[in-house]
Design a protein around this ligand. Structure first.
Ligand code: NAP
Length: 472
């Protein structure tokens, strides 16, 4: 009998709690549920599952969202339960979960942003990309954010895929967004936008931009918009040419070719209404304004060292780029979970192949996966291999996990009673259906509920209607 069979039996299933219902959480559930006698309870602080696929993936990227069909299939597997609207760290503690389950997997992602650490970052008009993305995607945390689109110029700091999403949503004609699942309140505000010039600032060169080529190419195809860069910026130095010679730099090579097409646009007259301007080797040193943003001060950089890090050119000229809006899109940052060791600099939970560490010692029964394990990098699918590795560690450790039966959520009844309303997967399916119906009335795939209270109210109303219908 192997360790797995010895521990997990019909009468004593291996009980695993997963904290977070984004891609890494679902891939962990999938890897666990491939074996018999495993029970997975997935907790999320929101009533809705799917994490960044729901709250982060851009509304005009419906194909990427289709991965939810895979997660839905996993959620319907025997042994899986969803406990939405439960905040671990508030209603229930990590210690309570560890006592109630054989293993706990933290899959809560990286929920905040890296900061630039420059003066003026907190001025009105200076926003994080996370706020903007959460706002247009209907994430309940960001519905009170206010964006003033009465300005003609916006600056985006950072050249990764989130910056690409922000740029595309700012540049896309609102008629093209109306048929997506963007939330209605956001699209109405965007309809009044006067933003015409969008400057996308990279601290390194065109060969180091972090966009994937598909996302960058898309920025050249936004209707009524032209993508531009200075052809002089595309004269690569030896450092960049050497980097591009590496066979692993295929995406970077493609990006440089795409930037060349943007450079060629620079001298061509265009009827485009909006312009996307790419700038390279520039770092913001200050966001200026007294009561709100009026400009960004940029300083020139040069590439140096084996990692092609950017360093300010000594004595290089600063220049001030007038703008009324700034979006800081310089990467996400993990947040400490109460009761779990945390690496503040890396924004991750220290771990060895997904085993959470306290110093050099693995904490029995506590695991981690996804962005909070490795940092905010990679595409959605990257999380599958990451979660498979973590689950392999659980199976390797099986004999050292507590052998007796564990009560799971039954033992948490008092704690969970503090949640205003636990949302099961079946409840989510009711919310989902209702959102789709609201969308259908508006000619779009879904109209999301953007407030937790509205989700719960709609859910309870629909369940009551169902129960009246089944009684009669
Ligand atoms: P990212 O890819 O790490 O890009 C962050 C950008 O910010 C980089 O250009 C980085 O420059 C820059 N940056 C960092 N610190 C800075 C500073 N102090 N000053 C100026 N610039 C700074 O992060 P992300 O865009 O947030 O994306 C996170 C992950 O999600 C990525 O793996 C991304 O591919 C993925 N994602 C994918 C999609 C999609 O597939 N459609 C959509 C959204 C996000 P350096 O390169 O010099 O560090």
């Amino acid at each position: 009998m192997d360790g797995m069979a010895a521990l997990a039996t019909h009468s004593n299933p291996l009980r695993v709690a997963i904290i977070g219902s984004g891609p890494s959480g679902f891939y962990a559930a999938e890897a666990l549920l491939r074996r018999a006698h495993i029970v997975v309870d997935m907790f999320d602080r929101l009533p809705t599952p799917f994490g960044l696929v729901r709250g982060g993936v851009a509304p005009d990227h419906p194909k990427i969202k289709q991965v939810c069909l895979v997660y839905d299939r996993i959620a319907r597997s025997p042994g899986f339960s969803f406990l939405g609207n439960v905040t671990v760290g508030a209603e229930v503690t990590i210690e309570q979960l560890r006592a109630a389950y054989h293993a706990v997997v933290i899959a809560c992602g990286a929920s905040t942003d890296r900061r630039l650490g420059i003066p003026g970052e907190g001025l009105p008009g200076s926003h994080t990309a996370t706020e903007f993305v959460g706002w247009y995607n209907g994430h309940p945390d960001y519905q009170d954010c206010r964006f003033d689109f009465a300005h003609d110029t916006a600056v985006i700091v950072g050249q990764g895929n989130v910056a690409a999403d922000v740029a595309r949503i700012l540049a896309t004609p609102v008629e093209c967004l109306r048929t997506t699942d963007i939330c209605e309140s956001a699209v109405e505000v965007l309809a009044g936008s006067r933003v015409r010039d969008i400057h996308i600032i990279g601290r390194r060169g065109p060969a180091q931009a972090k966009f994937t080529s598909v996302e960058l190419r898309e920025l050249g195809k936004v209707p009524d918009c032209v993508a531009l860069c200075d052809p002089d910026d595309l004269r690569l130095n030896a450092t960049s040419l050497n980097e591009l010679a590496d066979p692993r730099a295929d995406e970077n090579k493609k990006n440089v070719e795409i930037f060349r097409t943007f450079g060629a646009n620079a001298g061509t007259p265009t009827p485009a209404i909006r312009r996307l301007h790419f700038h390279f080797l520039q770092s913001p040193t200050r966001i200026n304004g007294s009561s709100c943003v009026t400009s960004v001060t940029l300083v020139g950089n040069e590439l140096s060292g084996p990692k092609f890090e950017q360093v300010a050119i000594p004595g290089s000229d600063c220049f001030s780029l007038p703008c009324g809006l700034v979006f800081r899109s310089v990467g996400y940052q993990g947040v400490r979970l109460p009761g779990v060791a945390f690496d503040e600099r890396g924004g991750i939970i220290p771990n060895a192949k997904g085993r959470c560490l306290d110093g050099n010692k693995a904490i029995p029964g506590l695991y981690v996966t996804g962005w909070i394990k490795r940092g905010p990098s990679g595409l959605i699918g990257t999380n599958r291999a990451d979660s498979v590795e973590t689950v392999a560690s659980i199976f390797e450790d099986i004999l050292s996990l507590e052998p007796g039966p564990k009560p799971g959520a039954n033992a948490l009844r008092d704690a969970l009673g503090r949640s205003p309303r636990i949302v099961s997967y079946k409840d989510w399916q009711t919310i989902d259906l209702s959102e789709r119906q609201r969308g259908q009335q508006r000619g779009k795939p879904r109209e999301k509920f953007t407030r937790v209270a509205d989700m719960i109210e709609a859910l309870d109303r629909l369940l009551q209607r169902e129960s009246i219908a089944s009684d009669s």
